[in-house]
Design a protein around this ligand. Structure first.
Ligand code: ADP
Ligand code: MG
Length: 263
């Protein structure tokens, strides 16, 4: 155990794809973390390594070196069985809800399985399913339908409901609004904010959209070509970015200055 200030911390994380001479390092010594009950925004251009950080945290892509600490406990050295238990404590929702929703399972079955992976029985868990659907403002009748029968925004809310049904301590949202129209985006983000507060979730909110990140985050971390170049409270980073890359990123948000003045 270490006395990290973070609920979830990433220390000196290095990740590579491929082997031998073809290996490509995509994360180099990344250290970051999110405090209990807070939201960390993780930003950076496409290809900077944001999703790889998320995948390394939940263990779907192995870290080459480094540590991932949940409440001070290193997850990288755990055996398979322990990892499965820990995995429930940290849930990832990604841009493509089909990645977390089985297209052949009804929404009710998917949520029931999340609630109770060992004895998945949609009927037995009907009450829990209805409750979680209600949490994301969906009617109980959604339980009998399949993911493809919903709109993109609804499907994204279903993916959030499925992840929350696991009752995680940390939720990682990876570009979950990027494929949605602006109005639906706002709806999903407001919902996420509400849930975060009511469930005291710790969250990592990954997005290339700096305006959205600013809205939802307590702190923001900036990734540039696989390296973490800056992290701090949202106000500090947006008002006084320290790294030239962060300044460039902010300058590329056309409405940022105007919104700033209007506020
Ligand atoms: P971001 O989420 O910031 O857009 P990613 O983490 O998806 O970035 O990707 C970081 C880098 O890793 C990119 O150059 C990407 O091409 C590469 N990469 C991602 N996934 C794989 C993979 N499965 N195999 C090989 N390279 C990958
Ligand atoms: Mg990504």
């Amino acid at each position: 155990m270490t006395s990290s200030p973070y609920k979830l911390a990433v220390e000196e994380l290095t990740v590579a794809f491929g082997h031998g001479g073809r290996a490509r390092t995509v994360l180099r010594g990344v250290s970051t973390g999110v405090r209990n009950g807070q939201t960390l925004g993780l930003v950076g251009e496409s290809g900077s390594g944001k999703s790889t950080v998320a995948k390394a945290i939940v263990g779907t892509h192995p870290a080459r070196t480094g540590r991932i600490l949940l409440d001070g406990e290193d997850l990288t050295g755990l055996g398979r069985k322990e990892r499965a238990a820990v995995r429930r404590r940290v849930q990832l929702v990604s841009q493509d809800p089909y990645a977390s929703l089985n297209p052949r399972m009804t929404v009710g079955e998917a949520i029931a399985e999340a609630v109770d992976p060992l004895r998945a029985d949609a009927r037995k868990h009907a009450a829990a399913v209805e409750r979680w659907l209600g949490t994301v403002a969906l009617d109980g009748s959604a339980a009998d339908r399949y993911p493809h029968e919903f709109s993109g925004g609804q499907r994204q809310r279903i993916a959030v409901a499925r992840a929350l049904a696991v009752e995680p301590e940390v939720l990682i949202a990876d570009e979950i609004t990027s494929a949605l129209d602006a109005s639906v985006q706002a709806e999903v983000i407001n919902l996420l904010e509400e849930l975060r507060r009511s469930l005291s979730l710790t969250m990592i909110f990954i997005s290339h959209d700096l305006a959205v990140v600013r809205h939802v985050s307590d702190e923001v971390a900036v990734l540039c070509q696989g390296e973490l170049v800056e992290q701090g409270p949202v106000r500090d980073v947006y008002h006084a970015p320290q790294h030239p890359y962060t300044r460039r990123l902010l300058a590329s948000v056309p409405t940022f200055e105007e919104k700033e003045e209007a506020a």
